[in-house]
Design a binder for this molecule. Structure first.
Ligand code: ADP
Ligand code: MG
Length: 339
C-alpha cells in the first residue's frame, strides 16, 4: 500500500480493524498512553475524543499525533514489498545555477558506489534530493531521473518514492523511547518473518563495529550519540532495508568508521551515492561526480593510481582520529605522537 492509500485506509476504517490488520499499532497506542482510546471509530475521529492534556504530555496536538502514527507505521509496519527491481538509475542533466545546460547522461548500475564532491553550496544535496524525489524535470535543476532506463509517471513516482530510496541524511525519527534491541526487533519483525533474532544480533554487532564509541544493546535509542545513531541506521539499512538506492549526505561528521560503513553498504548490491568532502570516502567510490555551480561538471572514474593513494590517506586519517580521541579524553597533544 502506498502512503497515500494507507492514509485513506486509516481514515476510512475503524481502529479496531486497523489493529487487527496491523497489530504493531497497539505498541504505538501504548507508548502514547492511548490504550483507552475508542476503537469503534477511525483514528482521526477517535483522537477528537482524547483529552488535550494526554497529547500535551508528548508535546503534540491531534494532527501531530496522527502524523506520528503514519510515520511510525511507515517505519515499522509490514507493508507491501517492493516489486520493482532496480538495475540502473540514470541522471539526465538539467540546468546549473547559471542556467547553463548540464550536458550529462550518467547511468549508475546496482552495486556501484558513486561519490558526489564539490564546494559547500555547490549543489551536492540538491542532486541527492533530485534522486530522492525521482525528479522529472520539475525541480529547480530541471533534471530527470530514470529508473531502469525509463521515465516515471506521477503514480509510479508516488508509489515508488518511499520504497526505492533510503536517505541517511535525516536523523532517524525515533518516535518512542525504545532500547536499541527493541528498535531492531520491531524493525526485523515488521520486515522479515524469518530469523528475526539473527538479524537483530547481526545489526547490533555491525552498528557497534561502525560506531566510534561502543554501546550496549539495552541503551535507549534516544540516548545514542549522533555517531552511534548513524551507525545504527547504516547497519539497519545494510541488513534490513529493501530500498535498492541509498543516499548518504555528508557522513563524515558522524564519528563512525566511514570506510567500513561504505564497504558494508557496497556489499549489499545497491546503488549508493555519498556526498562528501572526505578523500577517503571519495576514492573508495567507483566514480565521483564533481559539482560546480549547481551542475554536474565532470564524472571521474577512480583510477588504480588514485586507489593506491588510499592507504596513505588512511594512515593520515588514523593519525587525526588518534588526536581526536586524545582530545576527547582530556589528554595532552604533543608532536612526538606523530613519530
Ligand atoms: N542547478 C541548480 N539550479 C538552481 N538551484 C540550485 C541548483 N543546484 C543547487 N541549487 C541550490 O543551491 C543551494 C545550495 O545547494 P546544496 O545542494 O545545498 O549545496 P551543498 O550540498 O553542495 O552544500 C540550494 O538552495 C540548492 O537548492
Ligand atoms: Mg549539502
Amino acid at each position: 500500500m502506498s502512503t497515500k492509500d494507507f492514509v485513506t485506509y486509516v481514515k476510512s476504517n475503524n481502529l479496531v480493524d486497523v489493529l487487527q490488520d496491523y497489530p504493531i499499532a497497539k505498541d504505538f497506542l501504548a507508548n502514547f498512553r492511548l490504550d483507552a482510546i475508542s476503537k469503534a471509530l477511525p483514528l482521526p475521529q477517535a483522537l477528537e475524543e482524547v483529552e488535550e492534556e494526554t497529547l500535551d504530555e508528548f508535546g503534540l496536538d491531534k494532527h501531530g499525533m496522527l502524523q506520528k502514527f503514519y510515520m511510525f507505521m511507515e517505519n515499522f509496519a509490514q507493508r507491501e514489498e517492493t516489486s520493482t527491481t532496480v538495475s540502473s538509475l540514470t541522471i539526465l542533466g538539467g540546468l546549473n545555477k547559471l542556467k547553463k545546460r548540464e550536458s550529462i547522461e550518467l547511468t549508475i548500475v546496482s552495486g556501484e558506489v558513486v561519490s558526489v564532491v564539490g564546494p559547500t553550496g555547490s549543489g551536492k544535496s540538491r542532486l541527492l534530493n533530485d534522486i530522492e524525489c525521482l525528479a522529472q524535470r520539475d525541480t529547480p535543476t530541471g533534471r530527470q531521473i530514470l529508473i531502469n532506463g525509463e521515465a516515471l509517471d506521477e503514480i509510479q513516482r508516488f508509489e515508488m518514492g518511499g520504497k526505492l530510496v533510503a536517505q541517511l541524511s535525516q536523523n532517524m525519527n525515533f518516535v518512542m523511547d525504545l532500547t536499541v534491541r527493541e528498535f531492531l526487533e520491531k524493525h526485523a519483525n515488521g520486515r522479515l518473518a524469518k530469523n528475526a533474532d539473527e538479524i537483530v544480533e547481526k545489526c547490533f554487532l555491525c552498528a557497534n563495529e561502525l560506531a566510534g564509541e561502543k554501546f550496549p544493546i539495552d541503551t535507549k535509542v534516544t540516548q545514542l550519540s549522533g555517531g552511534q545513531s548513524r551507525a545504527l541506521m547504516i547497519a539497519d539499512t545494510a541488513n534490513m532495508s529493501n530500498s535498492p538506492i541509498i543516499l548518504i549526505d555528508e557522513i563524515e561528521n558522524a564519528g563512525i568508521d566511514r570506510r567500513q560503513a561504505v564497504e558494508l553498504l557496497a556489499k549489499s548490491e545497491k546503488i549508493i551515492l555519498i556526498s562528501t568532502h572526505d578523500p577517503l570516502l571519495a576514492l573508495m567510490a567507483d566514480k565521483r561526480i564533481v559539482i560546480k555551480n549547481g551542475g554536474i561538471d565532470r564524472v571521474i572514474e577512480t583510477s588504480d593510481t588514485e586507489r593506491k593513494s588510499l592507504a596513505a590517506i588512511e594512515k593520515i586519517d588514523n593519525t587525526l582520529q588518534m588526536f581526536r580521541n586524545r582530545l576527547r579524553t582530556g589528554e595532552i597533544i604533543t608532536e612526538d605522537l606523530l613519530r
